[in-house]
Design a protein around this ligand. Sequence first.
Ligand code: ATP
Ligand code: MG
Length: 423
Amino acid sequence: MSKLQPARGTRDIYGEESRNMTAVVDTFKRVATSYGFEELSTPIFEFTEVYKRPLGETSDIVSKEMYTFDSHAGDAKESEELTLRPEFTAGICRSFISNGMQQNLPCRFMSSGPAFRRERPQRGRYRQFHQINAELLGQAGAEADVDIIAMAWRILKDLGLGDKVILHLNSLGDLESRAAYRTALVAYFEKHKASLSKDSLRRLGGNPLRILDSKDEGDAKIVANAPLMSGSMNETSRAFFETVKNGLDELSVPYVLDERLVRGMDYYCHTAFEFVTTELGAQGTVLAGGRYDGLIEQLGGPPTAGVGWAGGIERLAMLSEMGSVPARPIVIMPMGEAATLKAFSVAETIRGAGHPVTADRSGNLKKRLTRASKANARFAVVIGDDELETGAAALKDLDSGEQQNVPFSDLAATVSLAYGDIA
Ligand code: ATP
Ligand code: MG
């Protein structure tokens, strides 16, 4: 192990990738705001129970991916089991309960930040990754599912991904339908027990739906012939799903029905969806979510409907590459002590007009100009003894090579004109 490397599955994020990720978050916040969402930031760790109960012991996350630790500070009484956030929904529902927010329903929450899962690192799959997350609480009607999917679609389109992703849609039905489906699945998988993977055998007793989500190749062959959810759907569940589909049709959101789509966590009902791309290999799901009406009650809160989704920022950023190119800086070059002092305030004035200014205070002028060109600077502002005396800097256009003397007080306006952003 080299201490100079980041820990396995974690990465330093900078440069173009960082700009691309920022563009994803900015787009998310702008669009979600237009849908009436407000920001909610929950802690990055919670009591382990917050995740364990709703996600379910047999989920991939709880059974093997959580970073759980004991917080004891040498005092047994203070010992508590904590877990780094593996996903947002459970913590947000915990926060909703803790803060008595049921008085203010419906609630629309947007969040973003890191999440942690102990997975085998690959391109697009990390142990510390980042999500954008949206939750809509307190609306039981299927129209809310349409709203939140429409919002995801708008974000994806604004990120330039309209042609790169496709919405996969399914319904897991209500409690009654799920119970009927569960029975049908257990009967089917019992017949194929001998060929199921160890993980899936474990799921058979707990949550057989999750076998449909298995990434094991052997399981996939058995899953291919498993009964479909649609065979177990009652009238209520069918009507709910129809409303979702009609809404998406009205909005011209393209989708494919995918009866094999189940979500990895226990708390989902009715709508389940994933936006998928073919461009990122096995890491093709960029944004996924669904309805989770029972979750808040399960955590000890009042029965509250909920629907939401999470998007992987790294995967979205890789696909969209929408990060803005950084504005070209202006480099201020004071020659000598008196000029160095004056340069502080001259730089501040130009920054005040909204332009990035850096200072280069070492080496001869030729060296500084070379460095500035390498840094893709647009202008050099040279201040020496002569300039101090006349009260005008030498402004050098690094693209054309032209140079003019500009009074200190006019510098900001002159470079603004050149950047083309004032009339
Ligand atoms: P997968 O099937 O790829 O493991 P998941 O079903 O576990 O995904 P969710 O829990 O639905 O993923 O998380 C929502 C989104 O967060 C995913 O669609 C993906 O874009 C992103 N995501 C999940 N896990 C990771 C990870 N380890 N690294 C990077 N992004 C991730
Ligand atoms: Mg996963």
